[in-house]
Design a protein around this ligand. Structure first.
Ligand SMILES: [Mg+2]
Ligand SMILES: [Zn+2]
Length: 190
């Protein structure tokens, strides 16, 4: 087994500048649920690592968040896949916690709880924060162009020093294409 880590907003579901506050706001990006199921079926342990500062901002409650996550998990299971864990940072950026990406607290929590190493694990995200957390922790960062992905890519092209070897980051149009490439490359990643 190998761990594969996914950001949520902008990768699995459409992001919103006004936050994803309820199940009604949570709209999967076409193909993303099937992509997660496919990655799970070839043997990856799937973990989600998501910043949810809307909790501490009072935009939604833990119950709202749990409703979204239980639906996400169920949809993946209906496609024959499995999400091993959903890990979120509930803090406001001003709180200076270690779990808010680009911090790596969610990654160490994933390792501890799931008992698998995140070193060299794929970490698929749409924001610079995801790529930075991935690199800091020794994961393989993958950028998708959904969500903030295009502006992240433009930012990196303008300021490549934000990442190590920014020109070598794997970039895909969306999670479905990233998953296709990873599944195609096959077991050498497992
Ligand atoms: Mg995101
Ligand atoms: Zn946090």
């Amino acid at each position: 087994m190998a761990l594969l880590i996914l950001d949520r907003d902008g990768v699995i579901n459409q992001d919103s500048a006004s936050y994803i506050r309820s199940l009604e706001d949570w709209i999967p990006i076409p193909g993303s649920i099937e992509a997660i199921a496919a990655l799970s079926q070839v043997g990856f342990t799937i973990a989600i690592a998501t910043n949810q500062s809307g909790l501490s901002r009072g935009y939604f409650t833990i119950d709202d968040l749990e409703a979204i996550h239980s639906t996400m998990v169920r949809l993946v299971e209906e496609q024959g896949g499995h999400i091993a864990g959903v890990f979120y940072c509930p803090h406001h950026p001003d709180e200076g916690c270690e779990c808010r990406k680009p911090g790596t607290g969610l990654l160490s929590a994933i390792e501890q709880e799931l008992g698998e190493s995140a070193t060299d694990a794929f970490f698929i995200g749409d924001s610079l924060k995801d790529l930075q957390a991935a690199q800091t922790y020794g994961c393989k960062p993958v950028l998708v162009k959904t969500g903030n992905g295009i502006s992240t890519l433009q930012g990196l092209q303008a300021n490549p020093t934000e990442l190590i070897n920014a020109d070598q980051i794997l970039v895909y149009n969306n999670l479905a294409e990233a998953a296709d490439a990873i599944v195609m490359a096959g077991s050498r990643f497992l």
